[in-house]
Ligand binder design. Structure first.
Ligand code: PGA
Length: 261
């Protein structure tokens, strides 16, 4: 048995402006309230674009919502001549709890290296943000190296210099499953999430490994979430496309209603 609280995280990517964000968050909160959702049973975190965060903060605080939120990236630096970058200090001021780091779209489209991702993880921790560290293999990696080698290597690299009691979340997102409609099977997700937890144990120690949530991401929908959540090493999901569909996302959050133990 695990006492890790499941986390369902919605990565909006570059979708929804701040007005759309307010409407969406309000509707989601109502939908979950109607369903008597218990946030202490299943935590919910949203990752809007940077420009939405202040509006989301204002709404969450005014309506005393239990939704957590965070940014989709953070600078490795605290302040200075880094045009276009956002400091973890600014995110902390906006009451962000989390920040996504090392998403495959940033690794691929912005050539982010393991080294830069490690520096961002350390910067997030320094500012009291919980990094949601994304790792995952491409289809070519899978063919060449098998299922776990690349994600485990990315995790190991990103954890360099991270204190053993660090509060982090790891998201296993096979690149071939992201936005493709072709999710991993629960067994595939479990195999890699277990390997990631073993790496956490080797690097940060067994207590931190037992406490750290490892999520699966890649074409998660209301129709497949239950299968993932039955696996012992999968502690939640990082949801992209389906997080923009209110009914879908709300149903994913309420997976316990249809997980059928
Ligand atoms: P997807 O995206 O759910 O649309 O596959 C997941 C992600 O990129 O985090």
């Amino acid at each position: 048995m695990t006492n890790r609280t499941p986390l369902i995280a919605g990565n909006w990517k570059m979708n929804l402006d701040h007005l759309q964000a307010i409407a969406f968050v309000q509707k989601l909160a109502w939908s979950l309230k109607d369903a008597s959702h218990s946030y202490s049973d299943v935590e919910v975190a949203l990752f809007p674009p940077f420009t939405d965060l202040r509006s989301v903060q204002t709404l969450v605080s005014a309506d005393k919502l239990e939704l957590a939120y965070g940014a989709q990236d953070v600078s490795a630096h605290d302040s200075g001549a880094y045009t276009g970058e956002i400091s973890g200090q600014f995110l902390a001021k906006l009451d962000c709890a989390y920040v996504i780091i090392g998403h495959s779209e940033r690794r691929t489209l912005h050539n982010e290296t393991d080294e830069q991702i490690g520096a961002k993880v350390r910067a997030a921790l320094k500012h009291g943000l919980v990094p949601v560290l994304c790792v995952g293999e491409t289809a070519a990696d899978l063919e060449e190296f098998g299922p776990s080698a690349v994600p485990v290597g990315q995790l190991k690299a990103a954890l360099a210099g991270v204190p053993s009691d660090a509060n982090i979340v790891v998201a296993y997102e096979p690149v071939w499953a992201i936005g493709s409609g072709q999710a991993a099977t629960p067994e595939q997700a479990e195999q890699v999430c277990a390997a990631l937890r073993a790496e956490l144990a080797a690097t940060l120690g067994p207590d931190t490994a037992a406490a750290t949530r490892v999520l699966y991401g890649g074409s998660v929908k209301s129709g497949n979430i239950a299968g993932f959540m039955r696996e012992p090493n999968v502690d939640g999901a990082l949801v992209g496309g389906a997080s923009l569909d209110l009914d879908e996302f709300s149903a994913i959050v309420r997976f316990k209603k249809h997980v059928g133990v």
